[in-house]
Ligand binder design. Sequence first.
Ligand SMILES: [Zn+2]
Length: 117
Amino acid sequence: MKKYFCPICGNSLDEEFSIGNICPCCGNESEFHDDISVEYLKRSNKLPIPSGINISDYRDFEILPKKIAWKILRQKWINDGCPWVLNLKNERPTDWNLEMAKAQLLNIKVDITNSDL
Ligand SMILES: [Zn+2]
């Protein structure tokens, strides 16, 4: 069986993160939360702009490439302390913690194991 991972938080998913799929861990919905316009990003004070991303590279009306949007949503999730957001089908591990979140991020080769958070 093929394994899929949420491109934002690294949680394993039954299906590929595609339109309509919601990751229960970070709570993001594909093609919805990761549809971020440059204008929205500039206006919003809710989304961080991770280092290495220069939004002046994009025009206001542009929708950010998915990889950039995922990076932004991942940074927000990390800034929020890596919470397990949804628990609709009781999929939240009872012992969910930051160390588990850090290990999970390694699924998508994001290493914050040395970060204090
Ligand atoms: Zn996720």
